[in-house]
Ligand binder design. Structure first.
Ligand SMILES: [Zn+2]
Length: 299
């Protein structure tokens, strides 16, 4: 008799973009109270999740993405960090993908929230990516080092989690950190500023040959709510109105362009297209493909 299953196989999924290999690495999920969802009555949000057969409170998937391009290796975001019950699996999934942490030469950050920088340090507080250069948007670096912004938060514990801990992570990479505002950040990868969720929140457009994939960071946290209703915002949005406006503008563009997208909080493997649907949109997740080229429609 076969022994029973106790855990999933590795959360690793590859998709080629021209000559570049993108690998989605799952970190796990976080269940967060619906009170963190704004711009929609709580009962309505609960009803939408119920209709989508999703748990309430809202469940947010966490992912990072590995890029292999021209002999170089980049990791986009790092997940929540050392393993806890439902998160912190990026390091294990990176190993399962056959990539050593030392092989990562660049870490690209979409923004500086704990579910993105958590994996920069290992459980002993040492930089996990000992050879990597850390790259982030200049405004993101400035915001999380702004004492006035920090003091606008009333709760000292919140200041600690968001500001003090972020500074600690960056300090561990001092001397091998660089700031960008837009443009090329890695072979075949362009930084696309998408401000609102945080001031320096950034997407990364991966392009090679005629194929491309936009890693849109935290444009969506709860796909069942924010895809049909782009005006739905999160309590952690630094500028909620701007976050919603950026989301609307980006949705409009990726739907019109049939642009393939990937998201830190889309359900794994977190690759999809976006289609217009009435006043809102509809997410069309990629189907599992044995072929690394994926099943995205080609012209
Ligand atoms: Zn996030």
């Amino acid at each position: 008799m076969a022994s029973d299953a106790t855990q999933q196989v590795a959360g690793v999924y590859h998709r080629r973009v021209g000559e570049i290999t993108v690998t989605a690495l799952n970190d796990g999920h976080q269940d967060v109270a619906l009170s963190t969802v704004h711009g929609i009555p709580t009962e309505e949000a609960a009803a939408m999740l119920h209709a989508a057969f999703r748990p309430v409170p809202r469940r947010t998937t966490v992912n990072a993405f590995l890029l292999r391009s021209g002999g170089r290796v980049a990791l986009v975001d790092t997940g929540c960090g050392p393993a806890r019950p439902t998160v912190g699996r990026v390091a294990a999934n990176l190993a399962a993908a056959g990539v050593a942490a030392e092989a990562v030469d660049t870490v690209l950050m979409t923004h500086l929230h704990p579910d993105h920088w958590g994996g920069l340090l290992d459980a002993d507080g040492r930089p996990r990516f000992s050879r990597a250069e850390l790259k982030l948007h200049a405004e993101e670096h400035a915001y999380w080092h702004d004492d006035a912004a920090m003091m606008r938060l009333q709760d000292p514990a919140t200041r600690q989690v968001f500001f003090v801990e972020a500074r600690k992570r960056l300090a561990a990479y001092a001397g091998r950190m660089s700031l960008f505002t837009a443009g090329d950040v890695f072979p075949g990868v362009t930084a696309v500023p998408l401000p609102g969720h945080t001031p320096g929140h950034t997407g990364f457009l991966v392009a090679s040959g005629r194929d491309s994939l936009l890693i849109w960071g935290d444009i969506v946290h709860v796909q069942e709510l924010q895809v049909p209703r782009p005006e739905v915002v999160m309590a952690v949005d630094v500028d909620p109105a701007r976050a919603a406006e950026t989301r609307r503008r980006l949705f409009d563009r990726v739907a019109a362009d049939r642009q393939a997208v990937a998201g830190m909080h889309l359900h794994f493997p977190a690759l999809a297209h976006l289609a217009r649907d009435g006043a809102g949109y509809r997410l069309v997740p990629d189907a599992w493909s044995l072929d690394l080229a994926g099943d995205a429609p080609r012209e």
